[in-house]
Design a protein around this ligand. Structure first.
Ligand SMILES: *[C@@H]1O[C@H](CO)[C@@H](O)[C@H](O)[C@H]1NC(C)=O
Ligand SMILES: *[C@@H]1O[C@H](CO)[C@@H](O)[C@H](O)[C@H]1NC(C)=O
Ligand SMILES: *[C@@H]1O[C@H](CO)[C@@H](O)[C@H](O)[C@H]1NC(C)=O
Ligand SMILES: *[C@@H]1O[C@H](CO)[C@@H](O)[C@H](O)[C@H]1NC(C)=O
Ligand SMILES: *[C@@H]1O[C@H](CO)[C@@H](O)[C@H](O)[C@H]1NC(C)=O
Ligand SMILES: *[C@@H]1O[C@H](CO)[C@@H](O)[C@H](O)[C@H]1NC(C)=O
Ligand SMILES: *[C@@H]1O[C@H](CO)[C@@H](O)[C@H](O)[C@H]1NC(C)=O
Ligand SMILES: *[C@@H]1O[C@H](CO)[C@@H](O)[C@H](O)[C@H]1NC(C)=O
Ligand SMILES: *[C@@H]1O[C@H](CO)[C@@H](O)[C@H](O)[C@H]1NC(C)=O
Ligand SMILES: *[C@@H]1O[C@H](CO)[C@@H](O)[C@H](O)[C@H]1NC(C)=O
Ligand SMILES: *[C@@H]1O[C@H](CO)[C@@H](O)[C@H](O)[C@H]1NC(C)=O
Ligand SMILES: *[C@@H]1O[C@H](CO)[C@@H](O)[C@H](O)[C@H]1NC(C)=O
Length: 398
């Protein structure tokens, strides 16, 4: 019987190893890597007035991804993908700072550019949700234009850059943006623990300690996506399978480019529809968020608000959407005076979530247990039958 037991347990381990090796297949075995280097205000001898320009070069085998993050005007992240591992960024600083001509920031050689896309963090909107309906149009306050904030210098630590700013009536509060660029595939440390790749960067946005204009204030963030061709024009909402990394959230939203007549995605902004009311959140600090449909936007206004858009694009194409934080019945901003949200911005196809090891183990046990029970049951029936057969076989002799 002891032998039969140990054999019956085997299938659990067998199933487990099958699942973990499947997991290995899903995550693609060896991961794609880039060499990442960071440069602040490239080519400028002095600290430029009006805000910093960060350039992160991420060099692959035969390509380069340039990440540019700038606080001249509204905070803007620009991604330029080239088909050369030696493409460079050239900035004409006097023209760049004048902010009235395109072409003052170039990626060279120009023929190597495969795709570019930018995200402008344009406005913070606040409304007084007196009736707790979470309807953003109900009682809006005048919007905060992020181009008019007072921004700090960029605080760099490796490929992570922190930018904080405030409007004059924020008191001691601030709105912060934290950009992270990655060498290879991985997952964020903090909830929502988004998957990232070497082809994407992560932007954390948080609103900390600012004084809301009403006790029942809720907030929205307006994002503008800019491209030369194939702008981010539609949002897909997909089911997400894994509940362990982002508890209670089963969806992932991705704002993607659409190429005419093709399902290829050239660039994306991806997020989980959740924000957190604490910097070190527990499950009860999660608050759902919603997004509006992307709408075409005046590119001239966008270029006027962002130094980087003005400098790089001559004929930009712009779409914008709002992300609103909190639903009816959820606590208001004033309950913790903190709100954080995270997005991924990248080129190519957005990363797809895979099962976590814990979920795989649960599935292995869940599927393995019935098999064990069946095997043990079968063995028991066999042994009983044999025993019965042998007793009946001996009967005639007696
Ligand atoms: C990179 O380019 C070289 C020659 O230009 C080619 O031999 C090599 O296969 C390419 N590598 C990849 C990963 O595409
Ligand atoms: C841009 O602004 C500068 C001064 O700020 C001015 O000298 C220059 O003529 C302007 N250029 C254009 C094209 O408007
Ligand atoms: C790739 O780079 C070469 C020059 O190295 C250029 O001639 C070619 O047009 C580029 N391809 C694309 C799709 O941009
Ligand atoms: C809140 O509810 C009251 C009473 O139902 C209504 O008169 C008022 O217009 C509502 N306010 C908003 C901003 O919807
Ligand atoms: C923000 O700055 C722009 C340009 O300086 C100005 O036109 C606009 O009125 C300002 N907006 C607010 C709300 O202060
Ligand atoms: C820069 O960020 C680090 C942590 O990310 C923080 O400890 C430090 O105080 C910041 N420096 C400034 C000048 O804000
Ligand atoms: C802002 O910070 C200063 C110094 O830390 C403090 O004295 C002041 O009371 C704070 N103001 C508010 C509105 O919290
Ligand atoms: C990243 O981009 C490179 C070059 O376009 C591609 O070869 C690679 O498969 C991409 N990696 C991921 C994880 O998307
Ligand atoms: C906010 O609520 C407090 C009590 O919780 C009240 O004293 C205060 O007047 C309210 N402020 C506003 C702007 O309604
Ligand atoms: C925020 O809530 C506190 C109590 O938690 C209250 O004293 C304060 O007035 C509220 N602030 C605003 C702007 O209503
Ligand atoms: C998309 O393709 C259709 C026909 O294939 C064409 O009529 C249309 O102009 C194209 N649109 C764009 C934006 O290229
Ligand atoms: C975002 O919301 C504000 C306020 O409701 C609205 O004025 C603005 O047009 C919205 N932006 C987009 C892109 O929908």
């Amino acid at each position: 019987m002891a032998n039969a037991m140990s054999c019956g347990v085997c299938p659990v381990f067998l199933l487990f190893s099958v699942f973990t090796s499947c997991l290995g297949l899903f995550s693609g075995g060896e991961t794609f890597k880039r060499q990442v280097s960071v440069e602040l205000n490239p080519g400028s001898a002095v600290t430029p007035p009006g805000g910093d320009l960060l350039h992160v070069r991420a060099v692959g085998d035969n390509d380069t991804l340039h990440f540019l993050f700038c606080s001249q005007g509204a905070p803007t992240l620009l991604l330029v993908h080239t088909n050369s591992s030696s493409s460079t960024v050239k900035v004409d600083w006097p023209l760049f700072l004048a902010r009235n001509t395109s072409g003052s920031l170039r990626v060279e050689p120009e023929s190597s550019i495969l795709y570019s896309t930018a995200v402008v963090f344009s406005r913070l909107l606040e409304y007084d949700d007196v009736n707790d309906t979470a309807d953003p149009t109900s009682d809006p306050f005048p919007p905060y234009e992020l181009q008019n904030f007072t921004w700090s210098r960029l605080n760099l630590s490796g490929p992570v850059a922190l930018l904080c700013g405030a409007a004059s009536n924020f008191m001691n509060g601030s709105l912060c943006l934290q950009l992270s660029v990655f060498q290879s595939e991985g997952r964020g440390q903090l909830w929502p623990r988004l998957i990232h790749t070497a082809n994407s960067s992560q932007m954390g946005v948080w609103l900390d300690g600012m004084l809301p204009r009403a006790n029942r204030s809720r907030f929205l963030l307006e994002l503008q996506a800019v491209s030369g061709a194939y702008p981010l024009s539609r949002v897909e909402v997909l089911r997400s399978i894994d509940d362990e990394y982002t508890p209670s959230i089963f969806k992932v939203s991705q704002w993607v480019s659409s190429v005419n007549g093709s399902s290829d995605v050239l660039g994306f902004v991806q997020w989980k529809p959740v924000a957190y009311r604490q910097s070190n959140p527990a499950l009860e600090d999660a608050t759902p968020c919603r997004h509006s449909d992307p709408r075409p936007q005046s590119s001239e206004k966008t270029a006027a608000s962002s130094g980087l858009i003005r400098a790089f694009y001559s004929e930009p194409d712009t779409f914008a959407l709002n992300v609103s934080f909190g639903l009816a019945g959820e606590p208001f901003y004033n309950s913790t005076q903190f709100l954080s949200w995270t997005v991924l911005v990248g080129v190519g196809s957005p990363p797809v979530d895979s099962f976590s090891p814990l979920v795989v183990a649960i599935m292995a046990v869940g599927l393995g247990t019935p098999v064990v029970v069946l095997l043990l049951g079968g063995l028991w029936v066999c042994i009983r039958k044999r025993a019965a057969d042998s007793t009946t076989a001996y009967e005639p002799i007696n």
